[in-house]
Design a binder for this molecule. Structure first.
Ligand SMILES: [Zn+2]
Ligand SMILES: [Zn+2]
Length: 94
């Protein structure tokens, strides 16, 4: 299963880079769950090809959460037992 190109394109877009930077700054660069170094910005409502073009979901600060790699992996394992992707669309190895 590959990440749809619409979502890949979104993660490369300038509006996302800006929203991501704002989120990281607001969270003081720390994971919002455990306080470790925040490295990945997670979408609480997960992105799909249907909602990725909706800024109310894809760029809404309320829908973003800064997580460390560990908490991010845990969060995604909850949804999928098979394959997970990081925010750049790369497979997260277990
Ligand atoms: Zn964490
Ligand atoms: Zn995520």
């Amino acid at each position: 299963m590959r990440k749809p190109k619409e979502i890949h394109r979104f993660y490369k877009s300038v509006p996302w880079q800006v929203a991501r930077e704002i989120k990281i700054r607001e969270a003081n660069g720390k994971c919002e769950r455990c306080g470790a170094l925040g490295e990945e910005v997670h979408h609480k409502i997960r992105l799909t090809i249907l909602n990725v073009t909706n800024p109310e979901i894809s760029l809404n600060q309320e829908n973003l959460e800064l997580l460390c790699k560990k908490c991010h992996n845990v969060e995604h394992k909850r949804f999928s037992k098979s394959q997970q992707f990081d925010e750049d669309g790369n497979l997260i190895s277990r």
